[in-house]
Design a binder for this molecule. Structure first.
Ligand code: ASP
Length: 308
């Protein structure tokens, strides 16, 4: 089996290209995910990840990231950190450890400093301006419309039979300081098991955590479903269950690679764009839709599709 990269949102197009190159040159899926996510983290135009990410309601950028090695079962993650230039790098470093591999806040920052990771002011003028405008209108983060500034860059990648998953995000815009979503939580925002598959999520983290959706997708793949079937079944069951409980679910989008070479995606949105590339196909934008299923974006549809 060759290599493959699957990543969330159009903002990850260039990152997927870079990750594909890493794999083409024999790199591991962990190295590919790091390189792909770094590209998004470093781009100040993307308002939901790394440098340029939108701040919490007190105007501070708090970042989450995690990575999971599907061959060893090791994972690393950091959450609610300030000033770390590339959170995924620290997560990757932590994923070498069996214990003390998921760190939060000041403890995570102290670790990153001791290890010599780069720190910088992650709040750009553009993000600050958006915060100032929203802050005046909106003192209640609960009433913010989704996609008014949150999307996680999530990657799943394969090199042969080796699978991995990784994520990086600034979380929900105007979140309560200290709030953590699904992204750095193994089983919620990501999960990888090379024997079964790898999955990752983006959307309202609390809704994703309520169903441990990444773990559930991998569990479905382990019991024989393809990545596509596992994503669809997991989302559909979750939506039905939450509905029975009287809970209205916000945006949730899921991606997965199975151990047999397939990929899948599902969303509660009308449209969710993701990128797929493998050893025989260059990176392309695909669109999953709650009603339309999964299709490759082409021609007019691609040019009309502007939202990340
Ligand atoms: N899942 C992220 C969080 O809840 C946000 C997103 O993906 O849009 O923090």
């Amino acid at each position: 089996m060759g290599y493959a990269v699957l990543s969330t949102w159009k903002m990850s197009f260039n990152g997927a290209l870079i990750a594909g190159e890493v794999l083409k040159n024999g790199g591991t899926p962990l190295e590919a995910i790091k390189a792909g996510i770094n590209d998004v983290e470093n781009n100040p135009d993307y308002l939901s990840v790394g440098y340029g990410g939108l701040p919490n309601r007190e105007g501070e950028v708090e970042l989450d990231a995690a990575i999971m090695d599907g061959s060893t079962g090791l994972f690393g993650g950091i959450m609610g950190v300030k000033g770390i230039a590339n959170p995924i790098d620290v997560a990757l470093d932590l994923s070498q450890k069996r214990l003390n591999c998921l760190l939060c806040g000041t403890g995570a920052e102290k670790y990153a400093r001791l290890k010599g990771f780069e720190f910088k002011n992650m709040l750009t003028e553009k993000a600050k301006k958006q915060w100032e405008e929203q802050e005046i209108k909106n003192n209640d983060a609960e009433s913010l419309v989704s996609y008014n500034g949150h999307d996680t860059v999530s990657f799943v990648a394969r090199q042969g039979t080796f699978l991995a998953a990784g994520v990086s995000t600034s979380g929900i815009f105007l979140k309560v300081p200290g709030r953590v979503g699904d992204s750095p939580i193994v089983g919620g925002g990501l999960y990888s098991d090379s024997e079964a598959g790898a999955a990752a999520a983006t959307g309202d983290g609390e809704d994703i955590l309520r169903g441990c959706l990444s773990y559930e997708i991998v569990r479905q793949m382990e019991s024989g479903k393809t990545a596509m079937e596992a994503c669809e079944t997991t989302l559909c069951n979750h939506l039905k269950k939450m509905n029975r409980k009287g809970l209205k679910i916000g945006p949730v989008s899921l991606i997965a690679l199975d151990a047999d070479g397939g990929f899948g995606a599902a969303t509660s949105l009308n449209e969710f764009a993701f990128i797929y590339t493998d050893n025989s196909t260059p990176p392309a934008v695909w669109i999953a839709g709650a009603k339309t299923g999964v299709v490759k974006a082409t021609g007019e549809r691609l040019s009309q599709y502007t939202r990340d």
